[in-house]
Design a protein around this ligand. Structure first.
Ligand SMILES: [Fe+2]
Length: 156
């Protein structure tokens, strides 16, 4: 591992390690959003089916940006499902019919976890003086905060 972007390698190693854990979370979230996209049933089917698709499209873009950031930092992103399962802080869910409120609660809980994780990652990046990684993560944080508000409004 090495970087030529003027950052202390010790700090970069910590950022990369955090980003690989977050990349693992994103892969699990990506699959889980497909799960509820496919399995949600009930009166709000059309709205939630479409909304969950928007979410997994956004997660796909995010996970690509995070993996590329790891390469930019002179390292290699985890690229095996087994590694993602090993590193993730999220739990997978069974494939079965799920009602609108239960599906939204499931995703809201994960978005809450992503928000807590992101706050840690932003601190790790800022400690390393890595402003562009912090900026990337702050952008994600804002999106999850807004999405969580809307999911909670659905449940109210
Ligand atoms: Fe679909």
């Amino acid at each position: 591992m090495g970087n030529n972007i003027g950052l202390d390698q010790n700090g970069v190693d910590k950022v990369v390690d955090w980003l690989n854990g977050y990349l693992s979370d994103l892969h699990v979230l990506y699959v889980k959003l497909h799960n509820v996209h496919w399995n949600v049933e009930g009166t709000d089917f059309f709205a939630l089916h479409a909304r969950f698709e928007e979410y997994y499209d956004a997660v796909h873009e995010e996970l690509d940006a995070v993996a590329e950031k790891i390469v930019i930092l002179g390292s290699r992103p985890l690229a095996r499902i087994a590694d993602y399962i090993d590193r993730t802080s999220l739990a997978e869910s069974e494939s079965k019919a799920i009602g609108p409120a239960e599906a939204v609660r499931l995703i809201a809980d994960d978005f809450s976890k992503m928000i807590v994780n992101l706050r840690n990652g932003i601190a790790v990046a800022q400690d390393a003086g890595d402003e562009t990684t912090a900026d990337l993560l702050i952008g994600s944080l804002g999106r999850y905060e807004k999405d969580l508000w809307m999911l909670k409004a659905f449940l109210a």
